[in-house]
Design a protein around this ligand. Structure first.
Ligand code: PLP
Length: 415
């Protein structure tokens, strides 16, 4: 037989979904033994059920049959795109006037379009050393690469962004490939839980400003978790605004976490270009990229999300419901912080969001030890990702105890 499969060495299954599967199987088999599954990035309530915003679910049900059934415009329905732009850029009028958007299947699609449209084949995007794994898959699938800079300043014990490393990396990137695409997931970074503060953003923007004079810099703010941080994208946008027109600013927006409707696959890529001609060209290029990948996005989903963003009564109701979910998550975060620091666990400042990572030298062995304990977390090089979004508050002490036990051999210093 001839070798048909050219891409034969690719893993078929996402490792996080595989771990989640294993945890669920053990949960099903174990009966008496309780399993804590802190692997998957969806918000579960304290009873373990998927947390769903009731008003968002109702808006989905109210979509007319013909709107589910019909095609959407390739670049997305105009009401949806306008609503997303307003949602992201409210209060930033210069940015608002420079904005175009294209619909994408979730934030994943937005990251995909940024990589394929603003980098040439063979070129690399730049991101933090801890990053959401699919960035590398999206880059690889599109014949691009990922290069990282060390995310935390080693002298800060994981407590502060390593702006020096960033500055070096972006300089090298522009020198080697003539352009830089920087992808920053903020606030509530996946997997570390870190949210960049004003000082981090100011320093990053100052560095970008310097390097942007030497070659095109594109900044993609991946805002997948913005709805779970009190400041949303405000800190980032305030800092980035002076770069408007000097760097290409992009925002990956997603309805998955924002509206707890992960499966409707609604998202958008917003691009900020003050020049009308550049805007038209970018809009055309992004629409072309859509046509050449998924064609058009979920029509009914866009209609429901546009209503949730635009209709004042619905928007207010869904905001109230979301505030309850944020509170649910914040209680887990507070419990984690209360218990984890005294036990000597090392992790970045964590004040909200779906995940936190605990630093440990041999994460894969540590995760194995935790699994023996019935606690499932995701090992990544140098750390364990703990999805508190999926852990009931009552189980947080068990997770912390198991982390402390599993990390003890390589993590002796209390911080
Ligand atoms: N970016 C990050 C960092 C994520 O963690 C996720 C989802 O887990 C996404 C983007 C995109 O998710 P979706 O495609 O469901 O919007």
């Amino acid at each position: 037989m001839p070798p048909f499969l050219f891409k034969a060495d690719r893993p078929g299954e996402d490792p996080i979904f595989a771990l989640n599967q294993e945890a669920r199987q053990r949960q099903g088999m174990a009966r008496g033994e309780s399993i804590v599954n802190a692997t998957i990035g969806v918000l579960l309530d304290d009873e373990g059920a998927l947390a769903i915003l009731p008003t968002a679910a109702r808006a989905m049900k109210e979509v007319r049959e013909e709107d589910w059934a019909s095609y959407a415009p390739i670049s997305g329905s105009p009401e949806f795109l306008g609503a997303v732009i307003d949602d992201v850029l409210a209060g930033h009028s210069a940015m608002r006037e420079s904005a175009i958007a294209v619909a994408t299947p979730g934030g994943t699609g937005a990251v995909r379009h940024a990589i394929s449209t603003f980098l040439e084949p063979g070129q690399a995007m730049l991101t933090t050393s801890f990053y959401w794994g699919p960035y590398a898959i999206l880059a690889d699938e599109n014949q691009r690469r990922v290069v990282t800079f060390e995310m935390f300043d080693p002298s800060s014990q994981g407590g502060a962004l390593n702006v020096e490393a960033f500055d070096r990396a972006i300089g090298e990137m522009i020198a080697s490939q003539g352009r830089a695409l920087l992808v920053i997931n903020d606030p509530c970074h996946n997997p570390t839980g870190y949210s960049m503060n004003e000082r981090d953003w100011r320093a990053v923007v100052e560095s970008i400003g310097r390097h942007a004079d030497r070659g095109p810099v594109i900044v993609l703010l991946d805002a997948a978790y913005a709805a779970y941080s009190e400041r949303g994208v405000a800190t980032a946008l305030r800092a980035l605004e002076p770069l408007l027109g000097r760097a290409l600013l992009l925002v990956a927006w997603s309805a998955s976490k924002t509206f707890t409707h992960y499966g409707v696959r609604v998202g958008a890529l917003v691009a900020l270009l003050p020049d009308a001609n550049e805007r038209r060209r970018a809009q055309a290029a992004l629409g072309y990229a859509s046509r050449g990948t998924w064609s058009n996005c979920n029509h009914g989903g866009m209609i429901a999300i546009a209503r949730l963003l635009r209709e004042p009564a619905l928007a207010a109701q869904v905001a109230r419901e979301r505030a309850d979910l944020v509170k649910l998550l914040d209680e887990r975060v507070a419990k984690f912080n209360e218990l984890a620091r005294p036990k000597g666990l090392r992790y970045p400042p964590y004040d909200g969001g779906f995940f936190v990572t605990v630093f440990v030298d041999d994460a894969f062995a540590a995760a194995e030890r935790m699994r023996a304990d019935g606690v499932f977390v995701v090992p990544i090089p140098g750390a364990l990702r703990v999805a508190l979004c999926a852990v009931p508050v009552i189980a947080v002490p068990r997770v912390v105890d198991s982390l402390a036990k599993a990390c003890a051999p390589s993590n002796p210093r209390p911080v």
